[in-house]
Ligand binder design. Structure first.
Ligand code: HPA
Length: 242
């Protein structure tokens, strides 16, 4: 009999941990595995979407890339929940801040993820769905961030389909209803988690300040990413058994 695998992930069922951390970029996944995990094993490399399972502080953790955008995150998180029975997915990404009080290097915990539609429309709901993070995962991660000496920025993000806009007023409109930052994956992750009765959270380091036009230089980008990763890894440990 063939081992059970999903369509886009080459790992056998049982090779993926209960908590999966998902950066957008496959090279980030490799970096996390090599920098943090004990005994990392490559469990997926279809389309170069590298996934590794190892352990952190004795707890099994998988890191696998999501790719960019909701269609890509939608596929991988769906298969992780439904085929591999993953309990927790934590996106570890970057975001562009659209409020002036959200600074470069801040870490945004996406309590909710508004979106213009696209991915979530396929669920054909009779109204406008509000994608939200799992409360246990969110509150655990916020507690871990505070223990790390980080002031977590908890609030709404926008998961958008278009990185480039023809209409320059879009960010201002979302900012007027309190959205902190823009990214491109959280809403798809959240609705998939809800549909499969699983947990999800997106954490993003602010790499771009879209009000002032500032951008994180490369060395700071790495430093911000490491801080966020350590919070996500310790959250995976804190979630074991929850
Ligand atoms: N838009 C969407 N996603 C992002 C951005 C942005 O400006 N910066 C980092 N991720």
């Amino acid at each position: 009999m063939q081992p059970l695998k999903s369509m886009h992930i080459d790992a056998c069922v049982g090779q993926i941990a209960k908590t999966v951390l998902m950066p957008g970029d496959p090279l980030r996944s490799k970096y996390i595995a090599e920098t943090y995990l004990e005994n990392p094993v490559l469990v997926n490399n279809i389309r170069g979407v590298q996934g590794y399972t190892g352990s952190w502080k004795g707890v099994p953790v998988t890191v696998m890339a999501s790719g960019m955008g909701m269609p890509s995150m939608g596929i991988y998180s769906w298969e992780l929940y439904s085929v591999y029975d993953v309990d927790n997915i934590i996106r570890v990404g970057s975001a562009g801040a659209i409020r002036e009080d959200i600074k470069l290097m801040d870490i945004v915990f996406a309590q909710g993820a508004s979106t213009a539609g696209g991915y979530i429309n396929a669920f054909d709901l009779p109204g406008i769905y509000a994608p939200i993070a799992d409360y246990t995962l969110l509150s655990t991660a916020v507690g871990v961030a505070r223990e790390h000496g980080i002031d977590p920025k908890v609030g709404a993000v926008l998961s958008e389909d278009n990185f480039y806009h023809l209409d320059g007023t879009v960010n201002k409109k979302w900012q007027s209803v309190g959205v902190l930052a823009i990214e491109m994956e959280a809403a798809a992750l959240y609705i998939n988690a809800a549909y499969h009765k699983k947990r999800a959270l997106a954490i993003c380091t602010v790499s771009d300040q879209l009000v002032t036009g500032e951008k994180l230089p490369n060395d700071k980008r790495q430093m911000g990413f490491n801080q966020m990763m350590e919070i996500a890894l310790d959250t995976a440990v804190a979630m074991a058994g929850k």
